[in-house]
Design a protein around this ligand. Sequence first.
Ligand code: ZN
Length: 109
Amino acid sequence: MRQRKFALIHRLPRLADQLSGTLTRSYTRCGKPTCRCVHGKGHAAWSLTYMIQGRRHVERIPAQWAEEVERRVAAGRELQDAVKEVLAANVQLLVLAKQQENKGKKRKK
Ligand SMILES: [Zn+2]
């Protein structure tokens, strides 16, 4: 268990430019009657939805940033999952430590 914990910590991604939130793509029509978007799906528009202190924010993302932001959001999710795994391992170690202490007490009696 302890070894697994150290392995998890070793694999932990470095805290860098990860982002929280979700990137979503939607389509909008610009409203110009001569634009090609009148017939198609519309213009792709990207937005990043994120939470700050319990409040939801939405930020428009320029199309040329979308790929990079998507990568950073995915990296952020990976980091969160990895941290959760380490914290879960810590809880299991705590439980094990408690069990061991109880065993020790019983032996003394
Ligand atoms: Zn248009």
